[in-house]
Design a protein around this ligand. Structure first.
Ligand code: ZN
Length: 89
């Protein structure tokens, strides 16, 4: 079973979905990135960084948690961050 990873804000109960860990020969974690409706695809480029950065700034000083739904199943009760909206901010 593969786990799905999220950046979660525990204060706002909102999460940013970062997809699955991509199989790689390296041991480091490679995530799918940020999914955008704009191009209906996973993005792992400057747009993904902008979305993540926006999310971090919106939740400055909040309790953030990076976790998979395997270890933090409560994430399924959280609202999902709108990535396209974050990108356009
Ligand atoms: Zn927050």
């Amino acid at each position: 079973m593969s786990a799905y990873f999220y950046l979660c804000c525990k204060n706002c109960e909102i999460s940013l979905y970062l997809g699955k860990k991509i199989a790689s020969e390296e041991t480091s974690l490679t995530l799918q990135g940020v999914y955008l409706e704009e191009n209906k695809a996973w993005n792992n480029d400057a747009r993904a960084w902008k979305v993540i950065q926006r999310f971090l700034q919106d939740h400055e000083m909040h309790e953030l948690l990076f976790a998979s739904d395997e270890h933090f199943p409560e994430v399924h009760l959280y609202e999902s961050a709108n990535t396209d909206e974050l990108l356009s901010k």
